[in-house]
Write a protein that binds this ligand. Structure first.
Ligand SMILES: [Zn+2]
Length: 329
């Protein structure tokens, strides 16, 4: 085997529409990858079959067999019950209590490490991205949904039932607040998540002509970046909306920083990347509202791995399990 292929691991990123697999080197570089659509049939057995296809495709491109791989990790958009690899709740897939690790082990003959996609992304940023060298890290992704993950004392922190860091489901409003995909009400994600925020914009566009105009008159073209562009132009409604959401997000970040005292906060996801002014307001609020001593060592940075974070991080989680079984070789 070529040296660069030694100790390669496989990472799988499973979202509501696609499954992607990549063969990843020990240095976090993607060697080969494959992608398949899962949106047409989200039954667990169909999705598992797609995952098997993309894993085998990525392996074949690299000229590797599964037996040569140093670990298999899967990051899935949903709540995962710790080491059992059961997806307790995956709203984007419509899954409840799906034993994904067991199903993949039966199909592939190798047991994967299944984790929440944000845990995988966080681990990717810690091992190979923006958080390299930091031991106390909070990673927050504001994209379609809102998620987060903790690294404590250099280790991914999953919590007692595997759902630590679910910052998108911290309640920012009471029981009569906006409905969230998790089944709860008043969650941060119900307001800041790109999917929910875009739905709100479509509702408000009827009475907000400048918003419709900025979206080229198309409701389908409305997304948070349109409000960002209006904010930059000084639109009063955009200013009010961004102030409201910036304060809301900044308060949740401040609570997390006060409680957990990280040295690094990594912000990523499409809403974070597409709305720098909203993130600036959230960071301002964080600076006002977190305890002053917790802020002394805190840096706030942008995620670095972009779309690759999910597969790179999942591969790294898989490798960690593999090495722990293998005595660290
Ligand atoms: Zn929720």
């Amino acid at each position: 085997m070529e040296p660069k292929l030694q100790q390669a691991a496989i990472g799988v990123d499973l979202g509501g529409s696609h499954a992607r697999a990549a063969v990843v080197t020990v240095a976090g570089r993607i060697l080969t990858q494959a992608r398949a659509r899962v949106a047409d049939d989200r039954r667990p057995e169909a999705v598992v079959a797609r995952i098997v296809e993309v894993v085998q495709d990525a392996l074949a491109q690299a000229g590797l067999g599964l037996e040569e791989i140093h670990g298999l990790g899967v990051g899935v958009a949903g709540q995962v019950r710790g080491a059992s690899g059961v997806v307790a709740n995956g709203p984007n897939l419509g899954w409840r209590e799906v034993p994904l690790a067991d199903l993949l082990e039966q199909a592939l003959g190798t047991r994967p490490r299944v984790a929440n996609d944000l845990d995988a992304i966080a681990w990717g940023e810690v091992r190979h991205g923006a958080a390299l060298g930091h031991k106390e890290v909070l990673v927050v992704y504001a994209g379609t949904g809102v998620g987060g993950a903790f690294v404590i004392a250099g280790q991914a922190h999953h919590g007692a039932t595997g759902v630590a860091g679910e910052i998108g489901h911290v309640k920012v409003r009471g029981p009569d607040g906006a409905a969230c995909g998790c089944g709860g009400r008043g969650c941060l994600e119900a307001y800041l998540g790109g999917k929910n925020l875009s739905e709100r914009l479509r509702r408000e566009a009827i009475a907000w002509p400048d918003l419709m105009e900025a979206a080229g008159g198309q409701l389908d073209a409305l997304h948070p970046g349109v409000v960002e562009s209006l904010f930059v132009r000084g639109d009063a409604r955009a200013l009010a909306m961004w102030r409201e959401l910036g304060e809301m997000f900044g308060d949740v970040l401040a609570h997390a920083v006060t409680l957990f005292n990280p040295s690094l906060l990594v912000l990523g996801g499409t809403v974070a990347e597409g709305c720098p002014e909203l993130m600036r307001l959230a960071r301002e609020r964080l600076g006002q509202r977190a305890s002053s001593v917790s802020l002394e060592a805190l840096s706030v940075v942008a995620a670095q791995l972009g779309d690759d974070a999910g597969v790179v991080g999942a591969a790294s989680l898989g490798r960690m399990v593999f090495e722990s079984k293998d005595g660290g070789s």
